[in-house]
Design a protein around this ligand. Structure first.
Ligand SMILES: Cc1cc2nc3c(=O)[nH]c(=O)nc-3n(C[C@H](O)[C@H](O)[C@H](O)COP(=O)(O)O)c2cc1C
Length: 203
């Protein structure tokens, strides 16, 4: 069994991206740990139209899925001694990004991300805010310099996305690459070059 990938869900817009990310990981039987902030639950209800607990019940049908409550600081993922394959925060709020950049780890999601930074494990951020002010940008720069990969959820207009699902699939594929999960990435999620060749590293 490979080490789990942690998916942190915060209260930025874009809950659908987190849902697709967890769905994709579980489709590939990749052990997955989900952590959701309180604001993340609010946005989930607003954007998905379903209580986060109901989504958890669905995911919990998969044996590779685990969830810990946001204040459970005794959960295994809070410790650097517990091996994980890395973490993505998706969507990442400016609040959580600021906390991380400031070294604050007051909930399980932030603590787990902080552990990734200190243990030099992959940490991917999918920030969502617009426009961005200098503090937002500075915080992302700080985290990028510490090794985090910042993957803004931007559509690949050259692929002529027809739906939100197309855009979300593209972002999920970019996160798979950033986490080093290229091997697990399904062909349909990879970039088809002009000659039809597969190029999962295309921006
Ligand atoms: C419907 C809704 C949408 C939001 N969208 C964003 C957003 O896109 N980006 C952001 O940084 N904050 C957004 N917020 C504000 C965050 O939820 C708020 O800053 C919260 O404190 C974040 O807490 P967390 O980082 O613990 O999840 C949104 C809030 C709501 C209710």
């Amino acid at each position: 069994m490979t080490n789990p990938v942690v998916v942190g869900i915060t209260g930025a817009s874009g809950a659908v991206m987190a849902r697709s990310m967890v769905d994709a990981l579980l489709r590939h039987d990749i052990p997955t740990v989900a952590l959701c902030s309180n604001a993340g639950r609010l946005v989930w209800q607003e954007e998905i139209g379903e209580h986060f607990n109901d989504t958890l019940i669905e995911w919990q049908e998969h044996p590779a899925f685990t969830h810990y409550p946001i204040n459970d600081l005794r959960a295994p993922v809070a410790s650097g001694t517990y091996p994980t394959a890395g973490m993505v925060i998706m969507p990442a709020s400016m609040n959580s990004i600021a906390s991380l950049a400031g070294g604050l780890s007051g909930n399980l999601l932030l603590r787990t991300a902080d552990v990734c930074l200190k243990e030099r494990r992959p940490l991917v951020l999918v920030p969502r805010e617009t426009p961005l002010h200098s503090i937002h940008l500075n915080n992302m720069l700080t985290l990028s310099r510490m090794g985090a990969v910042v993957v803004p959820p931007e559509p690949a207009f050259y692929l002529k996305p027809q739906s939100i699902e197309d855009i979300v699939d593209f972002v999920v594929a970019r996160v798979f690459v950033a986490l080093g999960l290229d091997q697990a990435m399904p062909e349909k999620m990879q970039y088809q070059g002009p000659e039809g060749e597969l190029d999962s590293h295309h921006g």
